[in-house]
Design a protein around this ligand. Sequence first.
Ligand code: SF4
Length: 449
Amino acid sequence: MPSVFIKTYGCQMNERDSEAVAAQLVAKGYTLAKSEAVADVVLLNTCSVRDMAERKALNKMANMVGIAKKERPNQIFGFMGCMAQSRGQELIDKLPDVDLVVGTQKFHRTADYLDEILAGRRDKIVDTAAEEKSEAAIREHLLNGNAQKSVSAFVSIMQGCNQYCTFCIVPYTRGEERSRTIDDIVAECRDLVSRGVKEITLLGQIVTSYGKRDIATTNGKSAFVQLVDAVHEIDGLERIRFTSPHPKGYGDDLVEAYARLPKLCESAHIPVQSGSDRLLKIMHRGYTRERFLGIIEKLRHARPGIGISTDIIVGFPGETEEDFEQTLSLAREVEFDQAYIFKYSPRRDTPAADMDGQLSTAVKEERNERLLRLVNEIAARNYEKLVGTQVQILVEGPSKKNPARMMGRTRCNKIVVFDGSDRHRGQIMDVKITRAGSFTLYGDPDILE
Ligand code: SF4
């Protein structure tokens, strides 16, 4: 059977989609190649969130088809995901040696389309049409052979987004919000737990909007909280996380779930994007700075020590020095454990791309630098405070930077590296933190009190 290599750009949703496609191909008998140089089929799962990500994927494909023409004339090439969705046929017009383009509602068709191309029944296939129930088609996992994944798995609970933030291309590439049923998701989680998974991360573009259209609020609990409750019931599951939520989704029912559900880890990645109310409004975020700060306060009250991370955009069109100062002051006030900072990148067909007041690269870089320095200083202080404390970790496998050591994650989502061995994999264990590095803690399981 042919071998396939999938290269993934972008977010965790894309990683999860690629994993499901790979698992579907393996189930059909394909093997997974270690690199594009030895694969019969190469698929790029693309991201459109930033212009740079699109350019990288286009350049990569142009480069690969160029080499293949000379060295591997029978190699098959395909684009999947967000850029495939937004550009469709245009990708083949631009790169005529590409064979397949599958959009974001068609991942599950990839295996059949490849069969048809490899059998010579079809030449080029472009499919970016909407498909009902496609949100429930991302379900297969590749647990075997990947140590990390056999301990911790991501489960896609919904697709799409209805928020239409003015800077974001996702609602156009992923479509309207569509949610799987609670029973379907719980069945997938149960199966994963029966195969050794201890931690599940519920995944979606805007997970807190899960089931809004289809599942009524019951006893004050939103559909999302009902789902978390149902997953929490699974025997053998130790930890639950979710990403990405929207601040709007942090009602009292969700805050209260943190106090009520011991398996729900005390960590929250809540994208704030800006500390300026003026910009939050123009970004169409749907909350104010005060509302965001109120959520953080409630969460910290419900779960003291909760790890809080965020996403922030710098250099949004029209961002004044005063707006940016508001973001700096919000970062000081919240003291994020981690913040992912993005320099604003105009995306075609989004309202922000045509707004007045586009800022220069120099201004964006300077603000990025200042915010990064602040966030790193605060995070370093927070990490340092953990030295000498005892934390619980779930051991995922060898450390990526130093495979001779093992790594696990605290409940508040911090990486801990320690001297261990394969027998620790999958274990929940206590370690004493002996040292803090840059976004990494170092621990020793042998010096517990
Ligand atoms: S909530 Fe906003 S930023 Fe997030 S995916 Fe939806 S439109 Fe994009």
